[in-house]
Design a binder for this molecule. Structure first.
Ligand code: THU
Length: 155
């Protein structure tokens, strides 16, 4: 595995001292939600995230006639962060375009954990403190747990 492909341990992730501009992230998520492809559910979802390089990435849900193949907005967001080389996610907001943040689904909490770790901040909405992802996904199974268990179970 190349060094840049290896999952970064969260302890090594730099902590940005500048607080995220949640209003700007919400605007970006709303704009992404407007570009969603959601003809089946009718729920247009957008996501915006601040990355450790200071860039903002966005994503929107992309549905499919075979419902199970639907991509959540957070999937697109993670894909944009990785393919753009923007580093780990520091703060994320998910929006259905109605002004209130949408709680990331269980699968997306796991996806976000891989690329933001337990300290990734998830928008709680105006007047509500953001939540750390560790509080939304306690006891997460992560790269470290995988490595440990593989060693333990090695023949
Ligand atoms: N959806 C997301 O994009 N993110 C979530 O965290 C929850 C659900 C999308 C998937 C589907 O296109 C629609 O919302 C209805 O479930």
């Amino acid at each position: 595995m190349e060094a840049e492909d290896r999952p970064a341990p969260d302890a090594a992730a730099p902590v940005r001292s500048v607080p995220p501009d949640w209003a700007a992230l919400r605007r970006a998520a709303d704009a992404a939600a407007a570009r969603a492809y959601a003809p089946y559910s009718g729920l247009r979802v957008g996501a915006a995230g601040l990355c450790e390089d200071g860039q903002t990435v966005v994503g929107a849900n992309v549905e499919n006639a075979s419902f199970g193949l639907t991509l959540c907005a957070e999937c697109s967001l993670v894909s944009a962060a990785v393919t753009g080389g923007h580093g780990r996610l520091l703060a994320v907001t998910v929006s259905a375009g109605d002004g209130a943040p949408l709680a990331p689904c269980g699968r997306c909490r796991q996806l976000l954990y891989e690329h933001g770790g337990p300290r990734l901040l998830i928008d709680g909405g105006t007047g509500t403190a953001p939540q750390a992802l560790a509080d939304l996904l306690p006891g997460a199974f992560d790269a470290e747990a995988l490595a440990t268990r593989r060693q333990e179970n090695a023949p």
